[in-house]
Design a protein around this ligand. Structure first.
Ligand SMILES: [Zn+2]
Length: 157
């Protein structure tokens, strides 16, 4: 069960959801949205999972016992993979087109997303201290699986 406060926070955090109140959604959209809130199975994460699974690796999901709750956990390798949305985690690649800040409330977003970024760095450090290596896969990188596969292979060994 996800705590109610967490549900509320998710709603507040994501602008695409803020601008579309539930009342205006049809049944289909509503169940899709609720599915997203109740589970963590967002589409990019599913895509990554099936890629990694198809490469023959087995993993645990959502390591809640680890800093940052990594999406995929490879316990025997002591490695974790994070699937990061380019906007929410501010993909630092200058060629990424998904990091643009909203025009309205620019300062609010800037602070918020910088906070996310700082938290990510802290998470990586804490994982390292515990003996875990992490790899971040960015959402936009899922559009080129041929390039992604060797990186995952190299990371997991
Ligand atoms: Zn990106």
């Amino acid at each position: 069960m996800i705590a109610p406060s967490r549900l509320v926070r998710k709603f507040v955090e994501e602008p695409s959801r803020r601008s579309k109140p539930m009342d205006h959604l049809d049944q289909n959209q509503r169940s899709r949205l609720m599915g997203k809130i109740h589970g963590k199975d967002t589409r990019p994460e599913m895509k990554l999972r099936s890629l990694v699974h198809g490469m023959g690796y087995r993993y645990r999901l959502h390591g809640r016992d680890l800093p940052g709750t990594p999406d995929l956990v490879f316990p025997s390798r002591r490695r974790v993979i994070f699937m990061h949305g380019c906007f929410w985690h501010q993909h630092p690649d200058p060629s990424c087109r998904r990091t643009k800040l909203p025009v309205t409330r620019g300062e609010f977003w800037k602070n918020k997303l910088e906070g996310n970024r700082r938290r990510d760095i802290k998470t990586e450090t804490r994982l390292l201290e515990l003996g875990w290596s992490s790899l971040v896969i960015w959402e936009c990188e899922l559009s080129d699986l041929d390039q992604l596969r060797p990186r995952i292979c190299e990371f997991l060994g």
